[in-house]
Ligand binder design. Structure first.
Ligand SMILES: [Zn+2]
Length: 413
């Protein structure tokens, strides 16, 4: 009898399954029923019919899923989780409708976080980041993208990426680090901004590449941040260095940032609240995934939603992130899924695939986010019988068991 470390059986429904058909009654491309799954040396070694799997292996640990849903661990494809300080005192103003420009003038907004972050010690930044990662893990996030961006100055951005690297060594969560061109330094005129973009491209990017500090470069391409020409400069350098690329586009105003997709191979374009059909066509003719951030839609009191019907019409894969940031401390991918269902009308299945398989694709994590032999065993047994209950049964932590790289982190069964 072949040996295994962990075997989970009596799984009512499992997704996403992306290659060969498994289970007794496969429907669609991604869902299978009546499953068992086996893990050895941190990885999935077989997915198949529950009884056959149970009979075949001699596993150290066997878990009866009790006829419940199993998915990979959730993948948060968009966070700004490294920063220091709180902006709670401006939150009530923001919610009451006071414009962000006024909050900025009164000393709040992003530059307040930049100041607090740059004053904080490495030790304090690391401790606060690890605490956040631990919270996210407990809520089902097994992989997370973390952007720098609250340092602004070149040496400060490098420092944040180094702290992210330290954190990734100290947590079991898989961390994907991203260098973010967030906003220009406070009070920049157009010349200052150009100088900044130049130093970002010529000083930060080569160092990031040399020290292997980030997998991706992200540009906040929008009104009040960087325009398409400036983003073009940054991406030209990133592309020549072979760094991955992603961007914030069409959040506040559509200033033509989707045209960058005609020149650069971006892995994801996120937000899309004010995208029109021309943006969607640009995305559709690229290989980028559409990143949806419904918690950010709420936190920024946005009046416009991503054109989901158009994204579906053009067959663009969707991913979901929390956009955890100094603007909104929302760490839960479970909540992000519920919000995507309620606010953006994603189906429960779409939302789950967006938070596993598509999120993994957007982060180039080819061995996570799917129930497939050879992939790392990041798994969740849900206190739900079917994927269709997601969104309908909501507002509570629905995790019964959580496995990360084959190790049981949570077991309430
Ligand atoms: Zn963001």
């Amino acid at each position: 009898m072949p040996k295994a470390d962990l075997l989970i059986y009596n799984i009512s429904e499992g997704l996403p399954i992306v290659s060969k058909a498994v289970g007794s009654r496969e429907v669609g491309k991604t869902v299978a029923y009546g499953l068992g799954i086996v893990v050895r040396d941190r990885k999935i070694i077989e997915v198949g019919r529950s009884q056959a799997i149970k009979d075949k292996y001699d596993a150290k640990i066997k878990i009866n899923a009790g006829g419940r849903l199993l998915t990979p661990g959730l993948i948060d494809m968009h966070t700004h989780a490294i920063f220091f300080g709180s902006r709670d005192e401006e939150f009530a103003k923001k919610i009451s409708g006071i414009p962000y420009e006024k909050i900025l003038k009164e000393g709040g907004g992003i530059y307040k976080t930049v100041e607090a972050t740059n004053k904080a010690s490495d030790k304090d930044l690391l401790a606060s980041l690890l605490k956040r990662l631990n919270t996210m893990l407990g809520l089902g996030t097994t992989s997370v993208e973390i952007k720098s961006g609250y340092g602004i100055e070149p040496d400060k951005e490098i420092r944040l990426l180094k702290v992210i690297k330290e954190a990734s060594k100290a947590t079991v969560v898989t961390v994907v680090p991203t260098l973010l061109a967030h906003v220009p330094p406070k009070g920049s005129d157009s010349d200052d901004k150009l100088r900044y973009v130049n130093s970002f491209s010529s000083e930060i990017l080569p160092e990031v590449k040399k020290e292997n500090l980030a997998s991706f470069v992200d540009v906040f391409c929008d009104e009040g941040a960087f325009n398409p020409e400036e983003a073009n400069m940054i991406f030209s350098m990133a592309a020549s260095l072979g760094l991955g690329m992603r961007a914030h586009i069409d959040q506040l105003k559509n200033i033509g940032c989707s045209k960058l997709l005609q020149r650069f191979k971006l892995s994801s374009v996120d937000h899309l609240e004010v995208s029109d059909e021309s943006s969607i066509i640009n995305i559709a003719s690229s290989s980028a995934i559409a990143g949806l951030l419904p918690a950010s839609f709420l936190a920024t009191q946005s009046k416009s939603k991503p054109p989901i019907d158009m994204i579906r019409k053009y067959n663009i894969p969707m991913a979901i992130g929390t956009d955890f940031s100094a603007n909104s401390l929302m760490p839960s991918m479970q909540n992000a899924i519920d919000l995507a269902i309620y606010l953006y009308s994603l189906t429960p299945l779409e939302a789950l695939v967006a938070s596993t398989l598509n999120a993994a694709e957007s982060l180039k994590l080819s061995d996570r986010g799917r129930l497939l032999e050879g992939c790392y065993a990041d798994l969740i047994i849900w206190d739900l019988e079917r994927s269709s209950m997601f969104g309908y049964d909501w507002g509570r932590d629905r995790i019964l068991a959580l496995v990360k790289d084959g190790s049981i982190i949570v077991n309430r069964i």
